[in-house]
Design a protein around this ligand. Structure first.
Ligand code: FMN
Length: 174
C-alpha cells in the first residue's frame, strides 16, 4: 500500500550530504551554518547551488558579500553540525560555540572550517527566489579535498561523511 507523504516530501529526496556553509559580513567577520540542500548543476563551467532560508543570517551575508564556502565534514564534526544548525550567527559566535577552527580559503573572503574532508569555494553567480529559501548559484573558484579521503576525485568512504535523513537522523557514507 502507498502512504501519503506530501507533508514530508523533501525527506523522500534524502539522505543528503550535510555540510557547513561559511560566509562573511562586510567587516570580514565570519559565520557558519549547517546545510543539506545542495547539488551541482553544471560542470562547464562548474556551478553548484545551495538552498538557504531567506531569514537565516547566512542568506543575509551571502546576499551582501556574494561569496561562500561549502565545507564537507567527517563524522568527527557531527556535534558541531548540530550546534551550527540550531543557533544563528546573528547572536552567537558559532565557531567558538562549536569549537571549530578557521582556515583561510584559497580564492574567496569567507574562511573555511579546518579539519573537513573537502571544500568548494564559490562566488555568487545568480540568486533565485524559491519559497522560504534563496537558491544561491555559486560559480566554483576552487575545490580541494584531503587526500586521506579521496582517490582520483572520488570519496573513498573512510571519511564517514554524514548524510542527513531528516529530523535528527544521520547515516554515514562508507
Ligand atoms: C542537519 C541540518 C540540515 C540543515 N539544512 C539546512 C538547509 O539545507 N537550508 C537551510 O536554510 N537551513 C538548514 N538547516 C538549518 C540552519 O542550519 C539553521 O537555520 C541555522 O541556525 C542558520 O544559521 P544562521 O542564521 O547563522 O545562518 C539545517 C540544520 C540542520 C541541523
Amino acid at each position: 500500500m502507498l502512504q501519503d507523504v506530501t507533508s514530508d516530501i523533501y525527506h523522500l529526496l534524502h539522505p543528503k550530504m550535510v555540510f557547513f556553509v561559511t560566509s562573511i559580513d562586510k567587516s570580514g567577520k565570519p559565520n557558519v551554518m549547517t546545510c543539506a540542500w545542495a547539488t551541482p548543476v553544471s560542470e562547464e563551467p562548474p556551478i553548484v547551488i545551495v538552498c538557504i532560508s531567506k531569514e537565516s543570517y547566512t542568506a543575509e551575508l551571502i546576499r551582501q558579500t556574494k561569496e561562500f564556502v561549502i565545507n564537507i565534514p567527517t563524522k568527527k564534526l557531527l556535534k558541531a553540525l548540530w550546534t551550527c544548525g540550531k543557533t544563528s550567527g546573528r547572536d552567537t559566535d558559532k565557531f567558538r560555540k562549536a569549537g571549530l577552527k578557521i582556515m583561510d580559503a584559497k580564492k574567496v573572503g569567507p574562511p573555511a572550517v579546518a579539519g573537513c574532508a573537502g571544500y568548494i569555494e564559490c562566488k555568487l553567480w545568480k540568486t533565485v527566489d524559491a519559497g522560504e529559501c534563496h537558491v544561491f548559484f555559486g560559480k566554483v573558484l576552487s575545490a580541494y579535498a584531503d587526500e586521506i579521503y579521496v582517490e582520483k576525485g572520488l570519496w573513498k568512504g573512510n571519511a564517514e561523511i554524514p548524510l542527513h535523513l531528516g529530523g535528527s537522523r544521520i547515516v554515514y557514507f562508507r
